[in-house]
Design a protein around this ligand. Structure first.
Ligand code: J2J
Length: 559
């Protein structure tokens, strides 16, 4: 098995420890501390079920025993694919307690992605919930197990846990004999996140207890979380943003309450906000627009009493407990940002982060022009930022360039991805974010675009290359290039330019083809345009990236 590693040069590691960024605390100790401090306080609810911190700890202990009973061992990597349910938290802390390493998949992922994570991570386990959102994860689990080459040996369906209040009695028996928490070091890899990925399939991002918990604690402080914080987890909980910026982990650090929403739509989220008196949530730009629209439908957000209005629509009063909406994952346009305060009746915080590490926030109380017009500044004084040109030379002050970064919670390498690591990190260990940014005189970053080729579809990053690889396998596709096109609702949508081979296939047939290849729905091209040739100009040989840019420009001009 390829060992899990995430290492910083010794001199820097020492500096991060001495400065108090890395405290040596593990995830399990982190939860234990919160449970000791606020045993009776509600840690997590889905609006129906409610667990105190003490109960959450017990659920996690049970989960830990259940995983051992199921045949998983300390050190095993376990793909976790769960929706926003309280069990997500008990499962991952149960894995931490047992010294196992979660690999976080999103509910939208399908066989192709999950099989890739299992293979890349050499995972022995897969945790899922039987059926959710009309998809049978149980079938996926069975297919994974049946494939003897996958290396996967244990699947755990937590569907029954919710019904019976925890793992089954036989597993509880084991609990009595359960081992003490596994001995792990805070410098070990605690879990793996999935990269947005601009080339091919997603890469795995190993994060240590030390580095990640530093970003969690610092984020909770920046966002001023405390015991009174009630956080609505509306985005998929396994995503880095609702997990740690400050996310559900920041809330657990501060003694607040996490409210799990099964979907981010106003119909699901708004009643939960009202019922649980939610104070903060994290959204991607298209969702904020949707929420503003839903509130606006009652007519200027007038205070017409709480709950759904007579017409069945929402009023601003429904959201009256909300103090802060965080927006990130994709660029939030200043024109939209300027509307948040008056339309949703709460403060806006812009968050520009990445699962590889660096997170930037606008700070509560910042002047309006920074909150509306920038994506914030880094968490830490120890975050090193370089803005460079194509030759890696620093651009002049205030100019746009590529963002490179390194620091106490930014990774030094992906797992099992030698080639990608060569490309994505400089010799000095800076991570090449692929984002084009400029810095304001106040030291805040403004995202201007990106140098890499992917589609940021409502915050979900989709690799153009990955979609192309699926489409080119179709017998009626001769060549294909996938590009991002600005989209009013999604921010960006994917458009596939297809050169047919023989008879032109129907666009629906191509979409069906993708679906049958078992990939996440958000990767299926939003638009398909047939062309005779991909070459838009006759000059020489151009790169795939240039080709995609030319196609995009030509297409936009023709609209
Ligand atoms: C423009 N682009 C942004 C923003 C991310 C907090 C918040 C978001 C993520 C995330 C995260 C952006 N404006 N405000 O992990 O902890 C784009 C950039 C970035 C990429 C990272 C967090 N916020 N982006 O979105 O790993 O291109 O993390 O490099 O999914 O999203 O994507 P991801």
């Amino acid at each position: 098995m390829i060992p899990l590693r995430q290492e910083w040069p010794e001199s820097l590691a020492r500096r991060y420890r001495e400065a108090g960024y890395w405290t040596g605390e593990t995830f399990w100790e982190f939860l234990q501390r919160s449970a000791e401090t606020w045993p009776e306080h509600t840690a997590v609810t889905d609006g129906q079920r409610r667990w105190s911190y003490q109960q959450l700890l017990q659920h996690a202990e049970q989960a830990s025993a259940a995983f051992l009973a199921a045949g998983l061992n300390p050190g095993d990597r376990v793909v976790v694919q769960l929706p926003n349910v309280p069990e997500f938290i008990s499962v991952v802390f149960g894995l931490f307690r047992a010294g196992m390493v979660p690999v976080y998949a999103l509910p939208a992922h399908r066989m192709t992605e999950i099989a890739h994570f299992v293979s890349k991570a050499e995972a022995r386990g897969y945790v899922f919930v039987g059926k959710h959102d009309n998809f049978q994860y149980a079938d996926l689990a069975a297919a994974l197990l049946a494939d003897k080459t996958s290396g996967l040996q244990v699947t755990v369906d937590i569907a029954d846990w919710a019904k019976q209040g925890g793992p089954s009695a036989s597993e509880d028996l084991v609990l009595r004999k359960a081992q003490p928490p596994a001995k792990v070091s805070a410098s070990d890899v605690a879990f793996m996140q999935i990269s947005g990925g601009s080339t091919g399939l997603s890469k795995l991002i190993p994060r240590t207890h030390d580095d990640y918990l530093y970003s969690v604690r610092a984020s909770a402080e920046i966002c001023q979380l405390n015991e009174k914080t009630v956080f609505l987890a509306a985005l998929p909980i396994a995503h880095n943003f609702p997990m740690s910026s400050p996310g559900f982990l920041g809330v657990l650090y501060a003694g607040g309450t996490v409210v799990m929403a099964s979907a981010p739509s106003p119909d699901v989220a708004f009643p939960l906000i009202e019922k649980e008196q939610v104070t903060i949530t994290a959204l991607v730009p298209p969702l904020v627009l949707l929420w503003m629209k839903a509130v606006g439908l009652t007519g200027n957000g007038a205070e017409t009493g709480s709950g759904a209005g007579e017409s069945g629509r929402w009023s601003k009063a429904t959201l009256s407990s909300l103090q802060m909406v965080q927006v990130g994952g994709a660029k939030f346009m200043p024109e939209s940002a300027a509307r948040v305060k008056s339309e949703l009746g709460c403060e806006l915080q812009q968050v520009f982060g990445m699962a590889e590490g660096l997170v930037n926030y606008t700070r509560p109380g910042d002047p309006e022009h920074l909150v509306i017009g920038t994506q914030g500044r880094p968490i830490s004084d120890a975050d090193e930022i370089r803005i460079v040109d194509e030759q890696d030379q620093p651009v002049s002050e205030g100019e746009v360039g590529q963002l490179l970064t390194r620091g106490p919670y930014t990774i030094r390498g992906y797992h099992n991805a030698e080639e990608a690591n060569q490309r994505s990190f400089t010799d000095e260990g800076f991570y090449r974010t692929g984002d084009l940014v400029k810095m304001t005189p106040e030291g805040y970053l403004v995202v201007q675009g990106r140098a890499t080729d992917h589609i940021n579809r409502a915050g979900e990053k989709v690799s153009a290359e990955e979609i192309e690889d699926h489409l080119i396998a179709h017998p009626q596709v001769f060549d294909v290039a996938v590009v991002s096109i600005p989209d009013q609702y999604l921010g960006e949508r994917s458009c596939a330019f297809v050169v047919p081979e023989g008879e032109k296939p129907r666009p629906v047939a191509l979409k069906k083809w993708m679906r049958e290849r078992h990939v996440a729905d958000f990767k299926i091209p939003d638009q398909i345009v047939f062309v005779d040739s991909l070459q838009t100009t006759a000059v020489g040989k151009i790169s795939r990236k240039q080709l995609r840019a030319q196609l995009r420009d030509k297409h936009l001009q023709s609209l």
